[in-house]
Design a protein around this ligand. Structure first.
Ligand SMILES: [Zn+2]
Length: 563
């Protein structure tokens, strides 16, 4: 079933600003809101959201569209998946709505459903396992935490999950692709056995994977789902679905090391906590966090291994332009053990005494003074954000007692040495390319004044257009029977062409006072260019007939202008 009108219904019920605010920290900027683009790395915001037009557009990377496009891009969904999700959010019931978007979206949905059922199954197992329940109780997890994080238990059986999912109608291929079972001999076995199960969710609350922990000292202590079509380890932060609102509210995020740290932090009232999945932080992690937080606080064990890990993470976070601080817990403590021993007040006061990046580097240095200052300069030189780099330099000067000018000249030396990063030349996407300028302007006129559609279309031969995107849009408009509005244009356009429309919506490129003049000029230029092209071709082919007819037309036009 094709659900005509569903995208419109969604857009009329959901506010794009509210929705995008779940992902991006937006600030008012004139009529629009501005923030850091989630689709490319940037330090000054060029990502705009228009409440009035209900669209977004990034003038840095050219991405743009409506609420549906945003979700598709942000969560890597097909059009159908995004519509289905938003419809649910908007409270629209769609009895027979099928995405009809082909195999990949159906497959993703199937994997997510299998994970969801597996999670329920594991949770139920836990309720029936006194051993696993006793273990979690001993670890200090409350019943509330078990519910909140949907913690479960995989028994030691060879294939009990497999049998359960089979009963529910899941084919083995889906379970295998979801990473829930693995081949063994001629058949399959459950991937997780004899483990406490931690479902891992994306920001939308879908279970995308699991982490499984043993209850004894066997190895590996933690086992994760292998990467699947819905799970990429380097993309995923444990706890992000429960932390995102609080991170946005507080403006900063705590980064801890393990699942239990995250859960226990929640138990003690600290909700803005995430953890990478047993890996180092990646740029994708940081990009996600940067959209929500202005600052990260790394929480580490104060032992040598913890300090070394904090040093590495800190350098990396700075390199990715997220201001960071460090909280070193007493030796041998992680947030889990610290909170249980000392309670939330002690943790809160520890958080008031976090170390700034420079303070941490200087205080935990093992080498001599000069060496340490050089290490700090190394970190500063990797920071792209000039303001942040400047702040760090000022602080380094204060703390090391070395004059700022001296540090600055040292820093320049460092930077020259390390100019390996290539800044991708970000250019504004507003199509000022002189090549097809008139075509962009004509489209812009149509968007700004849809009531002119009739007169534009009667004069325009779409086949005369040179720009493929503009041409594709006008072709669709020509056969469209509904009312032309900026919104219907967005829906008509192919996904790849939508950014052109949103770009022009926010930046029309002409004076609306003179829109008629503008349209006439554009139409004439397009026609003239096409004739010129035909003339050159005819000349090359020595086609007198075409040349003559072109000449006749030209005379007619000149006469027309004179009359
Ligand atoms: Zn962008």
């Amino acid at each position: 079933m094709k659900s005509e009108g569903l995208p419109e219904e969604i857009k009329s019920r959901l506010d794009i600003v509210e929705f995008i605010s779940d992902y991006v920290h937006l600030k008012k900027s004139g009529q629009n809101l501005k923030g850091l683009c989630p689709f490319h790395t940037e330090k000054t915001p060029s990502f705009m959201v228009s409440p009035e037009k209900q669209i977004f557009h990034c003038f840095g990377c050219g991405t743009g569209g409506d609420i549906i496009t945003f979700l598709m891009k942000q969560e890597n969904l097909s059009f159908g998946e995004a519509v289905a999700y938003l419809a649910k959010k908007a409270g629209i019931s769609m009895p027979a709505f099928q995405s009809g978007e082909g195999a990949s979206s159906e497959k993703r949905t199937a994997l997510l459903r299998a994970n969801e059922e597996a999670s329920k199954y594991y949770m139920n197992n836990l309720k029936n396992s006194s051993v696993a329940s006793a273990y979690l109780k001993k670890r200090g997890l409350t019943g509330e935490s078990l519910e909140k994080f949907s913690i479960g238990f995989a028994s030691g059986d060879k294939d009990s999950l497999l049998k359960h999912l089979k009963k529910l109608g899941f084919p083995e291929s889906v379970m295998k692709d979801a990473g829930l079972i693995a081949a063994e001999g001629k058949g399959y076995r459950d991937w997780f056995r004899g483990r406490i199960m931690f479902p891992i969710c994306n920001t939308r609350n879908d279970v995308i994977a699991f982490g499984g922990r043993v209850m004894d000292n066997s190895q590996p202590k933690y086992l994760n789902t292998q990467e699947t079509a819905v799970f990429k380890k380097s993309d995923t932060l444990y706890g992000i679905h429960l932390a995102k609102d609080e991170i946005r509210k507080k403006g900063h995020t705590l980064i801890v090391e393990g699942y239990l740290d995250v859960i226990v932090c929640h138990q003690f009232g600290f909700l803005n906590v995430v953890a990478p999945l047993g890996t180092a932080l990646t740029p994708r992690h940081l990009r996600k966090l940067k959209l929500l937080a202005k600052q990260a606080i790394l929480v580490f064990d104060g032992d040598d291994a913890g300090i070394a890990a904090a040093r590495r993470s800190l350098a990396f976070i700075c390199e990715n332009d997220l201001p960071a601080k460090v909280l070193l817990l007493p030796k041998g403590d992680d947030p889990d053990s610290f909170l249980k021993k000392n309670g939330s007040e002690a943790f809160r006061s520890a958080l008031h005494h976090t170390m700034s990046a420079m303070e941490f580097v200087l205080k935990t240095a093992k080498g001599g003074h000069t060496e340490t200052v050089h290490e700090a300069l190394g970190i500063i030189s990797s920071v792209h954000d000039k303001i942040l780099a400047d702040e760090l330099l000022g602080e380094l000067s204060d703390r090391s007692g070395i004059h700022e000018a001296v540090l600055r000249s040292e820093l320049d030396r460092f930077r020259k040495k390390t100019t390996t990063e290539q800044f991708s030349g970000k250019q504004a996407v507003f199509p000022v390319a002189p090549l097809h300028r008139e075509e962009y302007l004509l489209l812009s006129a149509l968007i700004a004044c849809p009531e002119k559609a009739g007169s534009i279309l009667s004069e325009l031969n779409t086949e005369d257009l040179q720009n493929t995107a503009v041409k594709a849009i006008f072709r669709k408009v020509k056969t469209f029977s509904g009312e032309i509005t900026p919104e219907s244009l967005l829906d008509l356009a192919e996904e790849k062409d939508r950014t052109l429309i949103t770009g022009l919506m926010l930046n029309p490129g002409f004076d609306p006072e003179h829109v008629d003049r503008n349209i006439t000029d554009c139409l004439q230029t397009i026609k003239r260019k096409k004739d010129e092209e035909k003339r050159i071709q005819a000349e090359e082919a020595n086609n007198a007939e075409i040349l003559n007819s072109l000449l006749k037309e030209k005379r007619k036009r000149i006469k027309g202008i004179k009359e």
